[in-house]
Write a protein that binds this ligand. Structure first.
Ligand SMILES: [Zn+2]
Length: 320
């Protein structure tokens, strides 16, 4: 089932039009509201009004993690601080990104698209395997799931024994956790001699900044249920940028909101589909802290071939 058929099954020409319109507005907003981008665009001798088509994106400057750090905390903000609904600091505390109410609403829809795409719905019962320091991704997923009518088990107990008890007591069908937490929990289940048929688990959502396909496959091997990757990047949006569908043929990028490119990390040249390189993302819709061509430092492969699930978005495969 597809949550937003208009957005998720666009033809190539419809998508090109939407992306071009969004990029044009984005560049204008970045130029007029963010001094950092004004300087970068001027340094390249680009007239921002000449950026009219999504293919013009290659003329724009990259943004790096260091750019985020030197602009901490408000250098990339397009609005007064009270227009922002949430600030998220990255784990190293030298970078921050902001979200308006609208940005957060879009994020929830993007997460919901992936939940639908991997058949997690109101019949599911969801438990997060908690980390010592809960991520904002976990909070966003919880809110999204609740809005979709999915029963979410919220608890402050974080030890593995308590999690197992909750899985059995509540008939938990879906786990949500980071790859490392899932690996540790799989080992715990093995030590307890708990097999797949002993627990009601149907599927797992893996919260991933970096969960390459081989790690996902290891997790599926250990749990013997489908493990779906829900991708986010702490410097851009911690969860929901892309996610797997039930076909598991790469992560569908929400490319009406994020424009993906794969570049050669050494010379910055754009690579063709199928070639591994550095993933670069542009936040086409972001209101509070938009990012032009953000270099993720992640290696990935891109394809624009249509997925058998019916979604037409570009798909991403993360490379170890
Ligand atoms: Zn698909």
């Amino acid at each position: 089932m597809i949550l937003n058929t208009t957005a998720e099954t666009m033809t190539a020409s419809e998508k090109e039009l939407i992306q071009s319109q969004k990029l044009q507005k984005l560049v204008e907003r970045c130029y007029k509201k963010i001094y950092f981008y004004q300087q970068r665009i001027d340094a390249l001798n680009i007239n921002y009004t000449s950026i009219t088509h999504i293919h013009d994106i290659s003329k724009l400057p990259f943004t790096t993690a260091n750019d985020l750090a030197i602009n901490y905390p408000f250098g990339l903000l397009t609005m007064p601080i009270n227009g922002v609904a949430r600030f998220e600091q990255t784990t190293d505390f030298h970078k921050v990104i902001g979200f308006t109410i609208q940005d957060l609403a879009w994020q929830k829809e993007m997460i919901a698209r992936t939940l639908f795409a991997c058949h997690i719905n109101a019949a599911s019962i969801l438990l997060e395997l908690p980390e010592p320091f809960p991520s904002s991704g976990a909070r966003s997923l919880q809110q999204t799931a609740e809005n979709l009518g999915i029963a979410v088990i919220v608890s402050h107990e974080s030890d593995d024994q308590s999690c197992l008890k909750k899985i059995l007591d509540f008939g938990v069908t879906t786990l949500f956790a980071t790859p490392n937490k899932l690996l540790a929990f799989a080992d715990f289940l093995q030590k307890q001699n708990i097999a797949k048929h002993d627990i009601p688990l149907i599927n797992i959502i893996c919260e991933a900044h970096h969960c390459p396909a081989n790690l996902r496959d290891t997790l599926m091997d250990k749990f013997q249920v489908p493990v779906y990757t829900l991708y986010g990047h702490p410097d851009i949006m911690c969860l929901g940028i892309a996610g797997e569908c039930y076909q598991q043929k790469g992560l569908h990028i929400q490319d009406d909101h994020f424009y993906p490119e794969i570049i050669n990390p050494h010379d910055g040249k754009i690579l063709d589909d199928g070639q591994p390189g550095e993933l670069v993302l542009t936040t086409l819709s972001r209101e509070a802290t938009p990012l032009l061509r953000y270099r993720t430092d992640e290696t990935a492969i891109l394809t624009h071939e249509h997925c058998p699930c019916g979604r037409t978005s570009a798909r991403l495969t993360l490379v170890p």
